[in-house]
Write a protein that binds this ligand. Structure first.
Ligand SMILES: *[C@@H]1O[C@H](CO)[C@@H](O)[C@H](O)[C@H]1NC(C)=O
Ligand SMILES: *[C@@H]1O[C@H](CO)[C@@H](O)[C@H](O)[C@H]1NC(C)=O
Ligand SMILES: *[C@@H]1O[C@H](CO)[C@@H](O)[C@H](O)[C@H]1NC(C)=O
Ligand SMILES: *[C@@H]1O[C@H](CO)[C@@H](O)[C@H](O)[C@H]1NC(C)=O
Length: 215
């Protein structure tokens, strides 16, 4: 297996650097233009910040596009979704008074071609428990016509009290998850960060050889 040979032949510092790069990519969901639709976390800690993740990859990366992202919120006691946040033309606005001054854009920056529509809740309260819905309304711009498409995702958020010390089991699970991600990364078709690895590996000719051989 390519991955196993990597374990053996890759010097630890280079390897760890690669791991951290890859984790970074998974967290950001975006890596060198390759878009990965990572699901949002669903458990927030009261009085801390929380990122509501929402990524919608453009199926045709080569076609220019622009997108508007809107968020809705249905609190635990609400019957229906109400408008929460809107991001259009590089500007965001909070539409729900309950979240006034508490939401920030955490999605794609300096572009209208949005693929990451994440927002950040500052200082989460227990009242933020509920379902969040993000909608991408994307316009693909072809030479002679535009094509509209929209996608909606829902996130069910739980708010928990502050943890005193981090659960050891959770940490172990995170480690296992990272290992699985590494396996995925080394399977040739699925690696979004291959370019980064090769760039790191080429710092040393010998390692670069190992990379090519492993493929
Ligand atoms: C998300 O927003 C928070 C609050 O404004 C900010 O501290 C953080 O750096 C942002 N993160 C990203 C990745 O934009
Ligand atoms: C967060 O909100 C709680 C409750 O509204 C408040 O007591 C606390 O001071 C706030 N913390 C920050 C950092 O704004
Ligand atoms: C949470 O909601 C209750 C009931 O609507 C309200 O009385 C309370 O002030 C809210 N708490 C915060 C921190 O917004
Ligand atoms: C619209 O976008 C969704 C999600 O990105 C995709 O699955 C679907 O195929 C798109 N529809 C069309 C007609 O392209």
């Amino acid at each position: 297996l390519a991955a196993r040979r990597f374990w053996v032949r890759f010097p630890a510092p280079v390897f760890l650097h690669g791991v951290s790069m890859f984790s970074l990519c998974m967290v950001a969901g975006l890596c060198r233009g390759a878009c990965v639709e990572v699901d949002s976390d669903t458990e927030a800690v009261a009085n801390e910040g929380f990122k509501l993740g929402c990524i919608s990859c453009k199926m045709r990366a080569e076609v220019p596009a622009k997108a508007v992202v809107t968020w809705g919120f249905r609190g635990a006691d609400d019957q229906e979704f109400s408008p929460l946040y809107e991001y259009e033309e590089k500007r965001g606005s909070v539409l729900d008074p309950r979240f006034e001054e508490r939401l920030d854009w955490n999605g794609s920056k300096n572009t209208e071609d949005l693929q990451d529509g994440s927002i950040y809740i500052l200082n989460v309260t227990f009242n933020d428990t509920g379902t969040y819905e993000c909608t991408f309304r994307r316009t693909l711009i072809y030479t002679n016509y535009n094509f509209e498409n929209s996608t909606t995702k829902q996130i069910r958020l739980r708010v928990v009290p502050k943890r005193k010390n981090r659960d050891i089991l959770v940490q172990i699970l995170v480690q296992i998850q990272i290992l699985i991600q590494i396996q995925i990364c080394f399977s040739p078709s699925l690696c979004p960060c291959r370019a980064e690895y090769l760039a790191v590996a080429s710092e040393s000719k010998e390692n670069c050889g190992a990379v090519q051989e492993a493929e």
